[in-house]
Structure formats: structure tokens, C-alpha cells
Design a protein around this ligand. Structure first.
Ligand code: COA
Length: 432
């Protein structure tokens, strides 16, 4: 047997040595979400005086790291993100970061056809006796970037769960190893409000037994999860594996046995949640983490009969166009996989693409259903790909329905305070 341990030891370096490798104009890809390498990012700004135009590709950061938040970093570092987080929102005016628009299923391929990746820096599990490490909690672009990068640097973190899937990296394909533990990045479930519980109940009513579900990001999908406990034999094909999915699997609601693609397996492109979720995922043969280029491909999603995608959004127009990433021209989050899954689910046999949203925002002062989207809004799901829209006032069916019918149904599920105004505006703009 090869002596992988010896090769591993020979490749070990320190963080300072990593910083020493970074040159002006480098394009660096980091692993993100629950694999965000915090120590690396925390001190990246220390090389500011000797570098210019270093681009850092990520999908959202958890902290206001100096390189991404301090004015004097402009020109030295640029964060290229696929998702706006609190830090990006706060510092947008300083031009320290910029969103890379794209579908989650193919924006990595488009990146790699266009740009050279100089360094991939990712966080992995310790090496096993066969020489393999795993990218356990995020495979959105990580494996593709790793394969394309000139230099591959992996940070070994003993706290990470060992999640199965097509996420193995062999020591022979790695240039350098940094041994550095980091506490797991967790997010806690916020208890749903009464309104969210109502929405959750309506959505759960649309999910048949034996459905394969995708639950998106946000508070509403978590509320939906609570009502799915009464279902039988659900399957999961999702971008994000959440704590609620682990709970439903442990309760025996999610069995995946009726899935028409990957039967028996919960498949996803990333996992983010509580430590309890990570404990559930650890060495669990029922879970497989795969590349988003596969998981989020609408043609792959559509192979799941009864595929039901459940996402939320910021704004809807009266014809059923969905905006989930911006408030007018103000970038709020990112496209994520909402569009991928809506297209995939609407093409699946007996599939359903569902958007569930509060009827109002900002303490009831703004209707989320608007006659037209705010100028500059991004359309994340076209009206051609949406089947159902749900608020706390009920369910509006879009599938197969004409605009006139859509307008009536959407007004009926809007907040009563805004119904007259919406009706007037629809008349004025002749939306019918
Ligand atoms: N005008 C002004 N503000 C508005 C608004 C409007 N029309 N609509 C919403 N907002 C505000 C809310 O008040 C809230 O602000 P606050 O935090 O200051 O209170 C904020 O926008 C976000 O709303 P909230 O409902 O709390 O967000 P959420 O955590 O449920 O997330 C999305 C909702 C749409 C941002 C999130 O789901 C997302 O980023 N989606 C895109 C990616 C995706 O769908 N991926 C799916 C696969 S994982």
C-alpha cells in the first residue's frame, strides 16, 4: 500500500506560507457556506501592501472580514460573490464586492471557460487510510474549481462531519495541506410565526405522499417542514440540506423509497444547519453530496416524478413573475437554485413548482404582491415556470391559467389592505 501519510506530511505548510504564494491579479476560489475557511480570510488583508486586484470567489461570507469590508482594500482585493450576504449589502457602496449572475447549475462551468483559477483554498475532513479527504458540506462549485486550479490548498479540519458522496479528493491531487481546526459553522432554526405556520400548512397541502421535495432557504421553508411530518415516504433532491430534512428523515417521513432518481438517497449540493444536522450527516449512508452542476441541472431534477420545489421570494407581480434576489436595483441576496428547481419541477411528471411568501413585508406596510416588480428587479422565476403561489391567505394556481385568472387569484391571496389598490392598478395597466 502507498504511504499516503508520508506524502501528506511532505505537503504540510502554514497559513503564512499560503499568503506568501498569493500574487497580484490572482483569482482565488474558496470553499464557502459551512466550509468557509475563517482563519484564512481573517488575515488575508495583511498582504494588502504587496498585491493588487486579487479576486476572491465565494458564495457569501459569514463575517465582515477586513479584506472585504475596509475601504482601503479597494483595488487590492475584490470579492466576486454568487450570493449577497449581510457584509456585501453593508459595503456595496464601497465597491468592494460584486455579484456574479448565473444559474447555479452552470455558472461554474461558465466561470471556468472564462477565467483561470490560480488558487483553490478549501476546507476538508482529515485524510483516511486510502489517502482521501472529503469536501463534506459544500459542493456548489468547490470540486470543479479544485480540479481547474493551478494550486490546490486544503485546510484539514477535524471537526467536520464525514459526509458521503462524490466529494472525495485524493492527497496526490493536492499541492499543499494546512492543518487547522475550526468550529463548525451552524445556523439555528428560528421558530416560525403564526403567519408562517399558516403558509406552511397551505404548502404542505400541495405535497402528495411519495413526493420528492426541495426546500429552499428562509424561514418559510422551515415552517413547511413542520407540516410535512404527517406525510409518508417523501424523498429529497435538493440544493440545500437543512436541519428540518434531518428531522423528517429521523422521524421516518423521509424514506426516499419512492424516488425515481437515486432511490433510497437524500441528495443535495450543500448542507447548512445545526450541529444536530451535521451529526445526522456524519457517515450516514443515506446521504450523498454531489456537485450543483448535477443536482441543480433542471433536466436532472425533472427525472424525479412528483418533484415539488418549495422556495420563497421578495416580490411577485400580478402575472406571476418572481423576484427573490433584489429590491429594485438593490442587490439583496442571489439567484441560488430557485430558478433551477422551478424549471426542473415544472418539467417533472406530476411536478410542482411552489413559491410561498408572506403577503406583506416591513411590518405590513408593503404588499409583496405588486402590480409590476419594482424597476430594476431581477426575475428569478419566469411566469412560465411557476405552478403555485402561496401566502397566509391561501393558494393561487398559476399552472395552465391565463393572466386574467392569475390576477384574480393573486389579488385574492394578497393582504386585504392592498386588494383594492391592486385591483385598481391592474385595471389601469390593463393586466388581464
Ligand atoms: N420592500 C422592501 N423590503 C422588503 C420587501 C419589499 N418589497 N420585501 C421583503 N423585504 C425585506 C424584509 O422586510 C426583510 O427585511 P428585514 O430583514 O430588514 O426585516 C428582508 O427583505 C428579507 O425578508 P425575509 O422574508 O426575512 O427573508 P428570508 O430569510 O425569508 O429570505 C429570500 C428570503 C428571498 C431573501 C431568500 O429566500 C433568498 O435569498 N432566496 C434566493 C435564493 C433561493 O431561493 N435559493 C433556493 C435554493 S436554497
Amino acid at each position: 500500500m502507498n504511504d499516503w501519510k508520508k506524502e501528506y506530511e511532505q505537503k504540510r505548510i502554514t497559513l503564512d506560507q499560503v499568503y506568501g504564494m498569493i500574487r497580484s491579479d490572482d483569482y482565488i476560489c474558496i470553499s464557502y457556506n459551512a466550509l468557509e475557511p475563517m482563519a484564512f480570510l481573517e488575515n488575508l488583508h495583511t498582504i494588502r501592501d504587496r498585491v493588487e486586484h486579487v479576486r476572491i470567489r465565494h458564495g457569501g461570507l459569514w463575517k465582515d472580514y477586513p479584506f472585504a469590508s475596509q475601504k482601503e482594500m479597494a483595488g487590492h482585493f475584490q470579492a466576486m460573490t454568487t450570493f449577497y450576504d449581510a457584509c456585501n449589502r453593508k459595503h456595496h457602496a464601497e465597491k468592494l464586492s460584486s455579484l456574479v449572475p448565473g444559474h447555479m447549475h452552470n455558472n461554474t462551468q461558465r466561470l471556468l471557460e472564462d477565467q483561470k483559477i490560480n488558487i483553490f483554498y478549501g476546507m476538508v475532513t482529515p485524510m483516511d487510510r486510502h489517502g482521501f479527504m472529503r469536501l463534506p458540506l459544500n459542493m456548489v462549485y468547490e470540486m470543479d474549481a479544485l480540479e481547474a486550479a493551478d494550486t490546490v490548498i486544503l485546510q484539514v479540519n477535524r471537526n467536520l462531519p464525514v459526509v458521503q458522496g462524490q466529494n472525495m479528493v485524493h492527497i496526490r491531487d493536492v499541492d499543499y495541506i494546512v492543518e487547522l481546526d475550526q468550529e463548525n459553522i451552524t445556523i439555528s432554526n428560528i421558530d416560525p410565526t403564526d403567519v408562517e405556520m399558516k403558509i406552511g400548512q397551505y404548502v404542505a397541502g400541495l405535497v402528495p405522499d411519495g413526493a420528492t421535495i426541495q426546500l429552499g432557504i428562509g424561514k418559510i421553508p422551515n415552517a413547511v417542514g413542520k407540516f410535512l411530518a404527517e406525510k409518508n415516504d417523501l424523498g429529497v433532491h435538493t440544493e440545500m440540506i437543512t436541519s428540518i430534512i434531518a428531522d423528517l428523515a429521523e422521524q421516518g417521513v423521509i424514506t426516499c423509497r419512492r424516488k425515481t432518481l437515486h432511490p433510497g438517497l437524500i441528495v443535495g449540493a450543500f448542507a447548512l444547519g445545526s450541529q444536530k444536522l451535521y451529526d445526522y450527516l456524519d457517515e450516514n449512508p443515506m446521504v450523498s453530496i454531489m456537485r450543483a452542476s448535477y443536482i441543480n441541472n433542471p433536466a436532472v431534477i425533472a427525472k424525479n416524478d412528483r418533484m415539488t420545489s418549495i422556495n420563497t421570494c421578495l416580490q411577485i407581480d400580478l402575472t406571476g413573475q418572481i423576484c427573490s434576489e433584489s429590491l429594485g436595483t438593490r442587490q439583496f441576496s442571489g439567484p441560488g437554485g430557485a430558478g433551477d428547481f422551478a424549471v426542473g419541477a415544472s418539467h417533472a411528471k406530476e411536478g410542482k413548482s411552489i413559491i410561498a411568501v408572506h403577503s406583506t413585508a416591513k411590518n405590513g406596510t408593503i404588499s409583496t404582491i405588486q402590480p409590476t416588480l419594482y424597476p430594476g428587479s431581477v426575475v428569478n422565476i419566469t411566469r412560465n415556470d411557476i405552478d403555485y403561489i402561496v401566502t397566509e391567505y391561501g393558494v393561487a394556481k398559476m399552472k395552465g391559467r391565463c393572466i386574467q385568472d392569475r390576477v384574480e387569484q393573486l389579488i385574492a391571496i394578497s393582504h386585504p389592505d392592498f386588494r383594492d389598490e391592486l385591483r385598481e392598478k391592474a385595471k389601469e395597466l390593463m393586466i388581464w
